[in-house]
Design a protein around this ligand. Structure first.
Ligand code: SF4
Ligand code: SF4
Length: 410
């Protein structure tokens, strides 16, 4: 797609990236068929090809309006279109560039700015979020039903392993996960201990930066990335093999640190190293599958059927497909077929809070697909999807590591 960028972006790194991405798009429209927002809203401008046209026009200096911004805001950044695209268009990066430019040119109304600032400030600060969550859990009886169902019950991380294994890996605990679902990282520690790996926490590490990045605060995301690198570095120098992420969204973000800090002379090389060391938990466990199978060999079948919800960050972002399903089957679970597994559940980071109607429709469709095969429970790989689905699910929705942990400790 031939593009003539406007002066305000021409020659910048973002402009060069956008031009390169736009050049690859041949307007074929294959991506539109697999776009969840196009399926729900039926408007070409709420699909990838339409949004690409809008971004191209905005970067060329054509007039933009609040309507342009709302078409871009309605994108889930699920990246299903990238999986479908035969030309390798890096749509998600283009959307990030385009939305930031359009938001700046249009200017978000004050209420939107307030909500976004509030979300950036609370969700990416684990201590603040944990305090707010705890308060909500205490006030649960008097809260409205809509808020109540979003609040997970108070649970513990379970008994954590104390023995030091031969292999050591770092774990990024994340921002909302440790307080909402502490058992996920607890399960990760127990499962990996069975596989001879000790997970260590880096005290000062915190949010991966994805929340800020997706709320148009790229500089804030960079600050969080630098802080995490500083927190990880002593353990890396002391021999930690990898950085394990138990949320697929965080894995996508850490694997992108090299790109995020490419222009930072002090952190670029370290960021590349961190990106190379970042592993979704499924990659680490899959590499030890034979050992896992040996551990599970003498156990009776789990006698339970699960539906697996593959988060977009896992299947479209990390391109990890079928791996967790195999691990769950190796652990003795029977998996039911799930239709339209490529479609987003509507969680998408802060999307379910910013676009609740579309998120609700996508969740309803996703739960219908997940429960069609009459499973006993749902497994997933990202805290956002788990919380979003659990709010309306009659079945237990748990991280896949929790299901495997349960088998190993039974
Ligand atoms: S499938 Fe790829 S090349 Fe075709 S319109 Fe979509 S983004 Fe462009
Ligand atoms: S990222 Fe998802 S919602 Fe956005 S255009 Fe692509 S397929 Fe549609």
């Amino acid at each position: 797609m031939e593009t003539h960028l406007a002066d305000f972006i021409q020659g910048t790194r973002a402009g060069q990236e956008a031009e390169e991405i736009l050049r690859r798009c041949v307007h074929c429209g294959f991506c539109t068929a697999t776009c969840p927002t196009y399926q729900v809203l039926g408007d070409e401008l709420d699909g990838p090809r339409g949004r690409i046209y809008l971004i191209k026009a905005a970067l060329e200096g054509s007039p933009v309006s609040e309507r342009t911004l709302s078409h871009l805001d309605r994108c889930l950044l699920c990246r299903a279109c990238e999986t479908t695209c035969p030309s390798g268009v890096h749509y998600s990066r283009l959307l990030e560039i385009g939305r930031e430019v359009v938001a700046r040119r249009v200017g978000r109304p004050l209420p939107q700015r307030f909500v976004r600032t509030f979300l950036r400030a609370t969700l990416s600060r684990p201590l603040l979020f944990a305090s707010a969550l705890r308060l909500g859990q205490l006030l649960r009886p008097v809260l409205p039903r809509g808020v109540k169902k979003r609040l997970p019950p108070l649970v513990s991380a379970g008994v954590l392993p104390t023995r030091k294994e031969a292999r050591r890996m770092l774990v990024l605990e994340g921002c909302v996960q440790p307080s909402m679902y502490p058992n996920i990282n607890g399960a990760a520690m127990r499962v990996l201990a069975h596989l001879g790996i000790t997970l260590i926490k880096a005290r000062q590490a915190s949010c991966c930066g994805a929340i800020r990045l997706h709320l148009e605060d790229t500089e804030g995301a960079r600050i969080q990335a630098r802080r995490n690198i500083d927190a990880f570095w002593p353990e890396i120098e002391a021999g930690a093999e990898a950085i394990v992420l138990t949320a697929s969204a965080c894995a996508v973000q850490l694997k992108d640190y090299g790109h995020l800090l490419a222009d930072d002379p002090h952190y670029a090389a370290k960021a590349q190293r961190i990106a190379a060391m970042a592993k979704d938990a499924s990659e680490v466990v899959a590499a030890e599958k034979t050992r896992l199978q040996t551990l599970l060999a003498d156990l009776p079948p789990a006698g339970r059927r699960l539906a697996f919800h593959a988060p977009c960050t896992l299947q479209h972002g990390l391109k990890i497909r079928g791996v967790i399903e195999e691990l769950l089957m190796a652990a003795g679970f029977e998996l039911v077929a799930v239709a339209d597994a490529h479609l987003c559940c509507g969680s998408a980071g802060t999307y379910s809070l910013l676009q609740p109607e579309i998120a609700q429709r996508l969740r309803t469709a996703k739960l219908a697909a997940l429960t069609a095969g009459a499973p006993d429970g749902i497994a997933s790989a990202n805290v956002g999807c788990i919380a979003h689905l659990a709010a309306e699910s009659a079945l237990p929705v748990r991280h896949w590591l929790e299901w495997i942990d349960e088998r190993l400790t039974c």
